[in-house]
Write a protein that binds this ligand. Structure first.
Ligand SMILES: [Zn+2]
Length: 70
């Protein structure tokens, strides 16, 4: 988990990559989308609109950390 900082252009996020808000631990799962922001199922994190923020605590996208696959 350590060492991941922000999202530059070179960060590779897979279409199934889940990310966790480091403020409130909300998890964005592409398989579930986001009902708060009306994000359709199957939307990768990288395809979220630029103004998307954590639906739970309004943290910006750079507050999200990649969750390693189990
Ligand atoms: Zn949050």
């Amino acid at each position: 988990m350590a060492g991941f900082q922000g999202f530059g252009h070179d960060v590779e996020l897979g279409p199934d990559t889940r990310l966790e808000c480091k403020i409130c631990w909300y998890v964005y799962d592409p398989a579930e989308g986001d009902v708060v922001w009306q994000i359709p199922l199957g939307t990768p994190f990288s395809q979220l609109p630029p103004h998307w923020t954590c639906p739970n605590c309004s943290a910006t996208q750079d507050q999200f950390m990649v969750m390693p696959d189990e």
